[in-house]
Design a protein around this ligand. Structure first.
Ligand code: DLL
Length: 435
């Protein structure tokens, strides 16, 4: 059996509950005293920190939403002064403003621990060469996996994403044994290796830690056979820390939640009512040790259910099923979070187009494609082709700068996009990634 921290990961559940209660009470005081937005939320419903005596009182605490980040952009949700914040990351928000997150030195250390447990669960040790193809930058994937692998003492190759032929060359030359990247990128690396005539069964690569976007069991089978490895699912979100919030062990039967660090709940997204194990709903996290950005009952908008049955690996942390959907319309395209509202904002601000559009997402091989169809204004129709091409290019460049990914723009004639008679259906996602 592979563990990074057996004592923590196989903790007695009674002891775990006591630890969660103790840490929850501390965190409640921390947010109330240091984050005005939380003080306001608590005061509005007459909740005082001393009303929370343990985990049994968790349901009394109000939820935190992504909008709280937008309303307090950029650093307003932080619970400590900036001179204690040693790192910031960000992910896309629903509108132009991104969700900004911060870490103290201790937070970074906790995160490294989470990622060490994650990589350790797939058998990573200091003898491994970890090829880290998650993007480095504001995205949490790159540095998150990096610090975890370093904590273990493995040799990290911080190659970041892209340049696939080079990834394969490095894999061969450096003898990488572990790969970290998104599942679609792992699939693409497998395809490219095949095209290049590389015999992957001869490569020392043994395991991959894949996350940041939804994927399926059939994708797992395909990746495992094309690279001849174990492919494990890893989950996380920037607001809660980054990758490593939950992780699969080699049983591959759901993701163990780092419960000494976070409390996971499943709620009915309509009513906010807490649901029992086995029932599908929205995943909600409460952080227990975070200093810079402690969060109470943060609504992830990810849909899954909890499994509290024992796992053959011996870990006592409960498991979440792989992510089964979202309560909002966020798309993850080539690993990048995209909100349709970001696309809409660009279109509305562009002269020459009408507010009628369709977003079409597809996957060709392992590559996501994003197309935006938009109606031109009637007065543009008679314009010469060159003007229309210019408009397409302009929108496409603007979308690239806002979203950070390439997008094909297709101008269509006025009144060709079907008008809705109810809720507009503007997104067609042909990838079918949730199961
Ligand atoms: O994607 C953190 C991460 C990096 C996780 C590397 C795993 C590996 P964000 O950019 O803030 O953070 O996006 C978070 O991505 O709410 C989910 O909707 C989705 N997501 C993350 N991991 C998975 C997964 C990182 N394993 C959002 N399966 C989350 C399905 C995932 N969806």
């Amino acid at each position: 059996m592979h563990y990074w921290n057996r004592e923590a990961e196989c903790v007695d559940r009674g002891e775990l509950r006591a630890l969660q209660s103790y840490r929850l009470v501390k965190s409640v005081h921390h947010v109330y005293e240091n984050v005005p937005a939380y003080k306001k939320k608590f005061d509005e419903i007459g909740l005082r920190p001393d009303h929370i005596k343990g985990i049994e009182d968790l349901h009394k605490i109000p939820f935190t939403n992504k909008t709280d980040f937008r309303d307090n952009y950029p650093f307003g949700m932080f619970a400590c002064p900036m001179d204690q914040v040693v790192r910031v990351h960000a992910s896309s928000g629903t509108t132009g403003k991104s969700t900004v997150v911060g870490y103290t030195r201790n937070d970074i250390s906790t995160w490294a621990e989470m990622m060490a447990r994650t990589l350790g669960a797939g058998g990573t040790t200091k003898g491994d060469v970890v090829q880290n193809a998650y993007g480095y930058g504001l995205f949490t994937g790159g540095l998150g996996a990096h610090y975890g692998a370093e904590r273990i003492g493995a040799s990290v190759v911080p190659i970041s994403g892209g340049n696939t032929k080079r990834q394969i060359q490095i894999m061969q030359d450096f003898g990488s044994t572990v790969l970290c990247c998104t599942p679609s990128y792992a699939q693409f690396i497998g395809e490219t290796a095949r095209e290049l005539g590389v015999d992957t069964s001869k490569l020392p690569i043994r395991a991959a830690f894949l996350g940041a976007e939804p994927w399926t069991e059939s994708m797992r089978r395909e990746i495992e056979s094309s690279l001849n490895i174990d492919a494990l699912d890893i989950y996380g979100l920037s607001e809660i820390m980054g990758p490593g919030v939950s992780y699969e062990c080699l049983e591959k039967k759901g993701l163990h939640v780092n419960e000494d660090l976070f409390i996971a709940e499943i709620i009915d997204p309509e009513t906010g009512e807490v649901l029992p194990p086995g029932e599908k709903g929205e995943l909600v996290f409460t952080s227990l040790t975070k200093e810079a950005l402690p969060l109470m009952r943060y609504r992830t908008r990810d849909i899954t259910y909890m499994d509290e049955t024992p796992c053959a690996c011996g870990r006592t942390f409960k498991r979440m099923h792989r992510i089964m959907g979202r309560t909002d319309d966020m798309l993850i395209i080539r690993g990048v979070n995209v909100f349709p509202s970001q696309i809409e904002t660009v279109l509305i601000e562009t002269e020459g187009t009408e507010p009628h559009y369709m977003i079409v997402v597809d996957r060709e091989g392992s590559m996501d494609s994003l197309e935006v169809w938009v109606e031109v204004s009637p007065n543009m129709v008679s314009d010469e082709v060159r003007a229309l091409e210019g408009l397409e290019r302009k929108i496409s460049a603007e979308l690239h700068s806002v979203l950070g990914i390439n997008c094909k723009v297709k101008l269509v004639e006025p009144k060709t996009i079907a008008r809705s008679e109810g809720k507009a259906k503007r997104i067609v996602d042909r990838r079918d990634l949730y199961q």
